[in-house]
Write a protein that binds this ligand. Structure first.
Ligand code: DLL
Length: 436
């Protein structure tokens, strides 16, 4: 049993109490949406549902879904749940194509969001004695602002570094004895690599924990970061549409992320049919906000593929846990008819002793899909004997084939030749999309 709770009364409430709370909040949230967001009202009317039909959380499935496409169509104000004058902030997705999604917040929304992030920091062992270095981007991206708010609530000394300028990150980390690092896992790996290059050993820093999220990362990557920085690495999940980081967070068990179910109801659906799947099934995560004012979301299709579990957690929290998302359904590559998640290739490469510096290039030659994987060598794996390199390339190709069932072309590339990420890493180049 843990003592690391930020809001014990919610985090450890019984499932019956939680159900009653979720029911009461859902009824209120649906009414709020019906009265304030004509677009939602239209969707509900189309499905023949009125607020009277929603009497509790068991009625959630009666509501229509909402998708990223709806959010784009309603850009910028179409889903606003309150007068603009009540809003105090916006954030926006980092999407590179199409219209961005803009999320609005009242002060009350920000307060709840900060609480969710504070729960994550406390679950990672954070207290008011800690120095919390926030190296997620600050700005329209939600990572910096969310963890910053959480860190203030916990009372940590907060270093609002934003991402980038790795030399300065390291200087502040060492001089101010940062104990908790918050950034994307790919940036954490890069910081670890840079510390090593500067001659620091993992025990030279004061870090004890890291809170990493905003992109998929594997267990193998977790182990690599934990070793490089000498810390425990905790996962955190969220998306701009639901406020930002803090929808779910890991406790000391590190076996999945507790969903803050007093604020978000979670379902898993079959992404093709929309059918709600039983607990324990893998599918698309659908989230419903239960107490948002400015940007309420009913049954939002996240496109993230995961699985839920209500197994009692030794930490004492009663909230369901979601497994590390494998990636978004739209990140899944279909190569020669085989479904491939980039994270599967990452698992193989890290198991084979490589660092998470790789690139996946998909193309099409003579009407057949091609899969090329560029893998960066470390100084240690580098060899100028051609035979050795050929043998290594063949070994990696075989390992990937065993995982995926298709044979890639593997290319070993020089140390430091693949660009490092300070935010979300771009691992895949799909040249087939250019010809759509
Ligand atoms: O990435 C919010 C965030 C900031 C989460 C900092 C955690 C830490 P977006 O930019 O809107 O928001 O991207 C949301 O990122 O739908 C997932 O596909 C992915 N994602 C976020 N956290 C994780 C995670 C932020 N822990 C999208 N594991 C989501 C895997 C994640 N994927």
């Amino acid at each position: 049993m843990s003592n690391n709770y930020y809001q014990r009364e919610y985090e450890t409430m019984s499932r019956e109490e939680l159900k009653a709370l979720q029911s009461e909040r859902l009824v209120r949230q649906v009414r709020h949406v019906w009265e304030h967001v004509p677009y939602y009202r239209g969707l509900m009317e189309q499905k023949g549902v009125t607020p009277e039909d929603i009497r509790g959380i068991d009625d959630l499935h009666k509501l229509p879904f909402i998708s990223k496409e709806d959010l784009r169509l309603q850009y910028p104000y179409g889903l606003l749940g309150t007068d603009l004058k009540n809003c105090v902030r916006i954030h926006s997705t980092s999407g590179t194509t199409g219209r961005r999604v803009v999320a609005f917040y009242t002060q009350e929304d920000i307060d709840i969001w900060d609480d969710c992030c504070a729960r994550a920091i406390v679950a990672a062992g954070g207290t008011d004695e800690d120095v919390c270095q926030i190296a997620y981007g600050f700005g329209l991206f939600t990572g910096g602002a969310g963890l910053n708010g959480g860190s203030h609530k916990v009372g940590c000394l907060t270093l609002p570094m934003s991402s980038g300028n790795t030399d300065r990150q390291i200087q502040f980390m060492m001089d101010l004895k940062a104990t908790i690092l918050c950034c994307t896992p790919s940036y954490a790996a890069f910081i670890g690599e840079s510390l090593k290059e500067k001659g620091y050993k993992p025990e030279d820093n004061s870090l004890k924990a890291g809170i990493f999220g905003a992109e998929p990362w594997t267990e193998e990557m977790r182990r690599g970061i934990e070793e490089a920085l000498g810390i425990k690495a905790y996962d955190i999940y969220g998306l701009t549409e639901t406020s930002g980081p803090g929808v779910a967070f890991e406790c000391e068990e590190q076996t999945g992320m507790h969903i803050n179910e007093d604020h978000f109801a979670a379902e898993i659906i079959d992404p093709d049919t929309g059918e709600v799947l039983p607990l324990g099934a893998t599918g698309e995560l659908v989230l419903t906000s239960l107490d948002k004012e400015a940007f309420p979301l009913l049954r939002y299709r996240t496109r993230d593929i995961t699985m839920l579990s209500v197994e009692p957690c030794p930490c004492g929290r009663t909230f369901v846990k979601m497994k590390k998302p494998m990636g978004r359904s739209d990140d899944m590559l279909i190569i020669r008819g085989v479904n491939v998640f980039p994270s599967q290739i990452e698992t193989v490469l890290l198991n084979e002793g490589y660092a998470p510096n790789y690139q996946i290039i998909v193309g099409r030659e003579n009407n057949t899909d091609t899969l090329d994987v560029n893998v960066e060598m470390s100084e240690g794996t580098f060899s100028d004997v051609v035979k050795d390199m050929e043998r290594e390339t063949a070994r990696l190709a075989q390992a990937i084939k065993t995982m995926l069932g298709i044979t890639p072309r593997v290319h070993l590339v020089a140390p430091r030749s693949i660009a490092r990420s300070e935010g979300k890493a771009v691992r895949v180049i799909d040249n087939r999309k250019l010809h759509d």
